[in-house]
Write a protein that binds this ligand. Structure first.
Ligand code: ASP
Length: 342
């Protein structure tokens, strides 16, 4: 009978929150909630050996920074060879950012890293925490349950399994909290666990590479009609910004403002890496489709294709920190771990 070793890392989030004096939810420590986490004590999982790790100070995920991303990554790296799968219990607010950045940090991943969380705390009678964690355990211990091993960073939430770097939080209240608008779901949790085998990444033949550097010196610019472009000059003046994720309109269109074009030209002169993604939830940048396309300006702006904001921004932070300047453009334009469709 096969068995599996699964590591569960608790970082915080609603999953483990309790109400404080003001009725506001804040994270509890692992020791205070572990008694409520029946899945890991369940008879059904007797073939699964769990290793439990917790952040010393569990967080609301709105407080996550690159420091915490690296903390999660380092725990996994240390235990990578001794475990079959990893589950990260995380707040939903920035789960898609953490899942995206970890997908870039672990190159040629050969085991599942599964993010999950909840919309109601595990102590609540109607909690979704237990079922989300149970589904994640099935995936992390895939060989025990004869499910395909998915060598990806995933989000397992409610009825769906999504590629982490394609996911985005879609609801503050719905149990179906996440979606992946530009990529098929990788699985569904119905009476059976159905895995979409044709869309999952293959187990690589080369060893996993760990690259955890992050450059936080980027910003995002969200265009809107009537935007006063004169404020943008402070970005270039800062001399510190190294990358910009530009959220343009539709298939990549921008206002035809001389002031804005001059800002972009100056940013490029300053070697700021600019990646263009769409504000639309669905669809991709289509260079030159319209006269107003940013890509008609003959500027070396990177096409972000159908990237989510979460994937584009964390990829930029990762590329800037882990490659030399002459490679930034090529790496950003490439599909590294299934995050874009070119
Ligand atoms: N604010 C919470 C967090 O992201 C929300 C949640 O977990 O659902 O930590």
């Amino acid at each position: 009978m096969s068995s599996a070793k699964v590591m569960v890392i608790y970082t915080g989030g609603t999953f483990g929150m309790t109400q404080n004096g003001n009725n506001a939810l804040s994270p509890s420590r692992w020791d205070d909630i572990v008694a409520h986490i029946s899945p890991i004590n369940k008879e059904d999982f007797k073939q699964v050996e769990f290793t439990l790790e917790s952040f010393d100070n569990p967080l609301d995920s709105s407080q996550m920074t690159p420091k915490e991303w690296v903390m999660m990554a380092e725990i996994i790296q240390k235990n990578y060879h001794s475990h079959d799968g990893f589950i990260i219990i995380h707040g939903t607010d920035t789960m898609a950012y953490s899942a995206s950045v970890l997908s870039f940090m672990f190159h040629s991943l050969s085991k599942p890293i599964i993010f999950t969380g909840a919309q109601l705390p595990v102590t609540h009678t109607r909690t979704d925490a237990s079922i989300n964690l149970i589904n994640a355990i099935y995936l992390a211990a895939a060989k025990v349950f004869r499910i395909p091993i998915i060598p990806e960073v995933l989000i397992c939430f409610n009825k769906v399994l999504l590629r982490g770097n394609r996911s985005t939080k879609k609801s503050t209240f719905d149990f179906m909290g996440f979606e992946s608008p530009n990529f098929p779901q990788l699985g569904r949790f119905n009476q059976k666990i159905e895995i979409n085998k044709k869309n999952i990444l293959q187990i690589p033949e080369i060893p996993t590479k760990f690259l955890f550097n992050i450059c936080p010196d980027i910003i995002t610019i969200n265009l809107f009609p009537g935007m006063n472009f004169k404020f943008l000059k402070y970005i270039n003046k800062s001399n510190e910004i190294k990358g910009i994720v530009l959220r343009s309109f539709g298939s990549g269109n921008i206002p035809q403002s001389q002031e804005f074009i001059e800002f972009l030209e100056e940013a490029i002169q300053l070697n700021i890496v600019i990646v263009n993604i769409t504000q639309c939830k669905e669809g991709s940048i289509k260079p030159h489709q319209y006269g107003a396309s940013l890509h008609n300006k003959n500027l070396p702006i990177i096409n972000g294709y159908d990237s989510t904001l979460e994937a584009a921004s964390t990829k930029l932070m990762w590329v800037l920190a882990n490659s030399s300047p002459q490679d930034h453009h090529a790496l950003m334009s490439k599909n590294l771990v299934g995050e874009i469709t070119i």
